[in-house]
Design a protein around this ligand. Structure first.
Ligand code: SF4
Ligand code: SF4
Ligand code: SF4
Length: 805
């Protein structure tokens, strides 16, 4: 055959190496056209951010009025002064917020990057398949990047995008870069969006690779609590957020039939993820249902209490939310520690390349307090072998670590009642009173404050008598610890498309009064109980309650009168009067995903690369509210900010004021509440719904009232508005003994008045607020901000106008 000029045949080739770069695929097979904003850059969605920030004004309460971020400083920023770089106080506050959000976003994205390499290395590329009930498979990746991943490898593109954005955003915080606080906040919102994408990547990778439930409302009930760890076996604890090494410990135990010798429990989000392994309906590269054999020891706030309770034999740490003194705590109690991720190495020697038996021998004989092993498979094997071998050696230490009655009495009597401890104790526990009562034989104060104590250990640091106060708490509560055995629903993963089809209309019209998302850590005084109380209040009222991470773990520690945990009291679907545990912190992405799916599945919005359109829909029509009820890490800052960018308000706990910023609406300024009616482009004044975007509540009661209010949306129909108003008023009556002051703001029609107070309210509207009432027809004639209009189509985006007037 004649050869064309410049061409060659394979037979001609000798010693030639061909490198093929990325194969460019044809346009995705996807029925949605590409939207306007694939891979949005910092400035792409700035208009949307400014819409949020113009309505929800930024309030700062700086903790410090001096900036020390660079050596031009320290700079005094009091009054109207500016730093040497020209920045003012508000700009500095905005910069700190952005830096905090970036830390959180980096943590999630780096977690995703680690899992990406690890899952591809271990399992090879796998088909990205969420099962037949989930066709919108990766809602955030689709909305932000504009691609629909077909295999795990495809998430690499999304990761590269996140990493590029993080670099650009971090650059903006350098001295002499961004100076406007509003632009810092816009960048923080962009960061929050990247954070949500980073989380989705993490959870999708692990769901597929580890065959976790894919939106299963009946995900198994797993064991939770310190009392579930079998003290007759060696106890291996995996602590952190990245399941890789903990999962390997489970696989090693399974393969070698060692479950009768070792119990594996998790602390913090690794705990939740271990209990999800092998419970899905996907490709089975991991042992079936192995996750049900793992136990959830507890949430982050319980770590110091657990380590002092003497229940663990070996600890494997991975990444995120691991207390920095974990090694000290373990070393003091001769608990070998294995660091399994290069983000936390604690000064320990890297033994990744050493033989397993040598490492185990060193750990078991306490020659070293801990080691670094960056190969998850090896770390898992070393963890299990060490726990089993060290257990008999630790029996004596374990016994000694638990106080005897005589020791406890002696310690109690050596308290000098100086009250140094009470000054540093965050919840101000009068520890001297506990000691005094214990000396009389009354341990009740030690018990009733056990959950008020956040386990920070500050009291021990200042006690001049060196009293081991946390250990004394453990002694006084040893029965409670032994019996801390509960059930928690394993993380179910995403919300199914079929569930959205059922609840889309009720959510948008308001007949399901709202979606309440409880996320973050509840590690503050009484936080665990309040997590339960808040969840129960809303699930009982028929809201859809969604939770994840430490919140899900903490609310599992309480039961009703029949001894049932919240997971046993209610089903786990995404529906009214249900409660879903979506999974660990990274599974929070599924809560965003559910909101996106309401827009795309129920309302047929094109979500592909169309972030602001979807966020606008959610802000106007999806009555959802998040709550982060506890201390607020940088990850929680980025999570909440990401939730805000997609149009969902968040209520935070007083601890969260650490970042000194809120986004508050001004209900008294009508011009802030003008929106466009997409039907004809006319401007309509709406009621302040939702009134705030980031609100700090002082108490759980205030938080619940605000959450009920923040579920109002302009799209509510009259029945929906009446239902929401009823709950808002009822919560107010229940906890504050009066109707909320602003209830008339939300009334558009007499049929929206709660039946229980209807006559009283009509009278009040006439007499106190000057509304015109037709008493014969029982109608409101004049007064509301706007009339009820079921076909009203509110939007904040000009391009959504269908026909201009
Ligand atoms: S960043 Fe600006 S305000 Fe802060 S210390 Fe440096 S020069 Fe001063
Ligand atoms: S460990 Fe508990 S008692 Fe001690 S200071 Fe912290 S919260 Fe207070
Ligand atoms: S600091 Fe120590 S000695 Fe002083 S009151 Fe507290 S427990 Fe007692």
């Amino acid at each position: 055959m004649a050869k064309l000029e410049g061409s060659f045949t394979v037979e001609d080739m000798k010693n030639v190496q061909i490198n093929i770069g990325a194969v460019v695929k044809e346009e995705e097979e996807w029925d949605q056209p590409m939207g306007p904003f694939p891979k949005p850059q910092i400035a792409t969605l700035r208009d949307w951010d400014f819409k949020i920030l113009n309505r929800y004004r930024i309030f700062y309460a700086p903790a410090d009025d001096t900036c020390t971020l660079c050596t031009y400083g320290p700079c005094d920023l009091t009054g109207n002064k500016r730093g040497a770089c020209g920045i003012d106080m508000a700009g500095t506050c905005g910069k700190i917020v952005l830096v905090a959000c970036l830390m959180g976003t980096c943590a999630h994205t780096a977690h995703g990057r680690h899992l990406y390499h690890w899952t591809l290395d271990k399992f090879g590329d796998m088909k990205f398949d969420m099962g037949t009930d989930i066709l919108v498979t990766a809602p955030l990746t689709e909305t932000i990047i504009g691609i629909r991943p077909k295999s795990l490898k495809d998430f690499g593109k999304a990761l590269e995008y996140c990493e590029e954005q993080i670099t650009q955003l971090l650059a903006a915080t350098h001295t002499g870069q961004e100076g406007s606080y509003v632009d810092f906040e816009s960048k923080a919102l962009h960061t929050g969006m990247i954070d949500s994408l980073g989380k989705e990547i993490c959870d999708m990778l692990q769901i597929v690779a580890y065959n976790m439930p894919r939106g299963d409302p009946n995900a198994p009930l797993v064991e939770i609590g310190m009392g579930t760890l079998d003290q007759n076996k060696a106890v291996l604890i995996a602590y952190g957020h990245n399941l890789a090494a903990g999962a390997e410990a489970m696989f090693y135990t399974e393969t070698n039939n060692l479950w009768d010798k070792v119990d594996i429990g998790g602390v913090c989000c690794t705990a939740i993820d271990l209990t999800r392994i092998g419970e899905g309906m996907g490709e089975k590269k991991v042992p079936d249902m192995v996750g049900t054999k793992a136990k959830v020891a507890g949430a982050i706030g319980w770590w110091r209490k657990m380590v002092r309770a003497g229940i663990m034999d070996t600890v494997m740490i991975d990444e995120q939310c691991v207390w920095c003194d974990a090694l000290k705590d373990c070393e003091e109690r001769k608990i070998p520690l294995i660091a399994t991720n290069d983000k936390i190495m604690l000064g320990l020697k890297d033994r990744t390349n050493d033989p397993v038996d040598e490492i185990v021998d060193d750990l078991v004989n306490f020659r070293v307090p801990g080691v670094v092993i960056l190969d998850p498979v090896k770390a898992g094997e070393v963890g299990v072998k060490t726990a089993i071998a060290v257990k008999p050696k630790r029996a004596d230490i374990k016994n000694k670590s638990v106080l005897t009655e005589d020791e406890f009495k002696k310690l109690v009597s050596s308290c000098t009642k100086c009250n140094e401890c009470a000054f540093v104790c965050p919840p101000h526990i009068r520890i001297s009173n506990l000691m005094e009562e214990a000396a009389k034989g009354n341990l009740e104060p030690f018990s009733s404050t056990y959950e008020v104590c956040v386990g920070c250990g500050r009291c021990e640091q200042v006690c001049r008598q060196d009293l081991p106060i946390l250990k004394m708490y453990e002694y006084a509560n040893r029965e409670y610890i032994r019996n801390q055995k509960f059930k928690m629903r394993a993380g179910r993963g995403p919300i199914r498309d079929t569930e959205i089809r059922a609840v889309g209309a009720p959510i948008v019209l308001g007949t399901i009064p709202g979606v309440i998302a409880l996320v973050g850590c509840s590690n503050y005084p009484n936080g665990t109980k309040e997590a339960y109380d808040i969840a129960k209040e809303f699930v009982d009222r028929g809201y859809i309650v969604v939770t994840s991470g430490c919140m899900a773990m903490d609310m599992s520690l309480y039961t009703d009168a029949e001894g049932k945990t919240i997971w046993e009291q209610y089903p786990g679907a995404f529906d009214g009067r249900n409660i879903c545990n979506v999974g660990s912190c990274v599974a929070n992405a599924h809560i965003h995903g559910a909101a996106i799916k309401v827009a795309t599945i129920f309302a047929h919005r094109n979500h592909r690369a169309n972030y602001d359109d979807i966020a606008d829909y959610i802000l106007s029509k999806v009555g959802a509210c998040g709550i982060a009820w506890g201390a607020y890490s940088q990850k929680a800052a980025s999570i909440a900010t990401g939730v805000n960018r997609i149009g969902v308000p968040v209520v935070v706990q007083p601890h969260s004021v650490i970042y000194r910023r809120a986004f508050l609406g001004r209900a008294d300024l009508p011009e802030d509440w003008m929106v466009i009616d997409a039907r004809d482009g006319s401007k309509v004044r709406i009621e302040p719904a939702p009134e705030h975007m980031l609100y700090v509540a002082e108490t759980k009661e205030e938080a619940m009232l605000m959450m009920a209010k923040l579920c109002f949306r302009p799209s509510d129909n009259s029945i929906g508005r009446m239902i929401k108003l009823t709950h808002y008023c009822d919560i107010s009556m229940k906890y504050f003994g009066k109707l909320p002051d602003d209830w008339p703001v939300y009334v558009r029609h007499a049929s929206e008045l709660p039946l229980a107070w209807k006559d009283q309210m009509m009278k009040e509207l006439e007499e106190k607020y000057g509304w015109k009432i037709d008493w014969k027809a029982k109608k409101i004639v004049e007064g509301p901000i706007r009339p009820a209009d079921v076909s009203f189509d509110p939007t904040n985006i000009e391009r959504k106008i269908r026909v201009r007037k």
